[in-house]
Design a protein. Structure first.
Length: 300
């Protein structure tokens, strides 16, 4: 009897031990399916970029040839040289950098300050209502306010200057205010209380404690702000003249032949150079961007 019970317990234990092996065998299949799905999605989303690069390496007559040539017969690397010498390319790069950097710095500073106020100023009457109003402005499409803004800036004689972007940066961004508020809520309250005991005011707490510890939120906000201005075509085309406009606007109209026909291959080469810095910056800062966006949902 003892031997039989011992044998049954041993077989049951062996069955229990062997059960996890079946699940571990199924795990690689799930990983393969996930990897396959990611590869398919990556290929689909990369097709426009691949087409852009291949077109930038073609001759102009190859682009319009029929049947369509997917690969260039001879890669035309000279297109990239012609793209940056066809017009003062780097002058407009400087315009875009100045405008994007100014807007980014102002937006990060004002949005982080507003996010700190909404997250840490306890007992302020109407704080939650004001924050709800800020979030409600995110639901208003930008095109709805485009004409009124143009009329206001025209009345103030701010058209054909960078002042609209400076004022937009000083007013902050509802999304970035929400981003910083949620991130600041994840910082322990004890850190702020200890600073107050040491005699720190609200501004010093924000500037010396909260802001240096919010690098992921700063990186995410800075990248979003910079890419919005860097890649925007509509607002610069309406508010700025050709002399001080951004590279995005110039790329859309600069590459034409003497008969005003568009030079597609040169345009594509200019666009590749145009997007390359942002791709490099994104890959270098993607860890901070993901961390900053994810941590905004930790506390509400």
């Amino acid at each position: 009897m003892i031997a039989d019970s011992h044998a049954r317990s041993t077989s049951a234990a062996a069955t229990v031990v062997q059960r996890p092996r079946a699940s571990t065998r199924m795990l690689p299949v799930g990983r393969v399916l996930n990897l396959f799905g990611l590869v398919v999605c990556a290929l689909v989303f990369s097709l426009p970029t691949v087409w852009l690069i291949l077109t930038s390496l073609k001759r102009e007559n190859e682009y319009a040839s029929y049947p369509i040539r997917v690969l260039p017969v001879v890669p035309q690397l000279v297109n990239y040289y012609n793209a940056v010498t066809y017009f003062p390319y780097f002058r407009y790069v400087m315009h875009s950098v100045i405008l994007s950097s100014t807007f980014t710095v102002l937006t990060v500073l004002t949005s982080s300050a507003a996010g700190f106020a909404f997250s840490r100023h306890r007992g302020v009457p109407g704080r939650d209502f004001l924050f709800a109003v800020v979030l409600a402005t995110m639901m208003v499409p930008g095109l709805v306010t485009l004409v009124p803004q143009y009329m206001v800036f025209s009345y103030l004689h701010l058209i054909n200057s960078y002042w609209p972007w400076i004022l937009w940066g000083l007013s902050g961004s509802p999304f970035h205010i929400f981003l910083f508020r949620q991130f600041f809520l994840s910082i322990p309250r004890e850190l702020e209380d200890a600073a107050e005991v040491d005699g720190c005011g609200k501004f010093r707490i924000f500037w010396q404690i909260f802001l240096p510890n919010s690098l992921p939120a700063i990186a995410a906000s800075a990248i979003f702000s910079f890419t919005w201005v860097w890649g925007d075509w509509l607002y610069p085309s309406l508010f700025l003249s050709d002399d001080i406009t951004t590279l995005a606007v110039k790329l859309a109209t600069a590459y034409v032949d003497p008969h005003q026909n568009p030079l597609i291959t040169l345009t594509m080469a200019g666009v590749v150079i145009y997007i390359l810095p942002m791709v490099v910056v994104f890959f270098l800062a993607q860890k901070y961007i993901i961390q900053g966006v994810v941590t905004t949902g930790l506390k509400g």
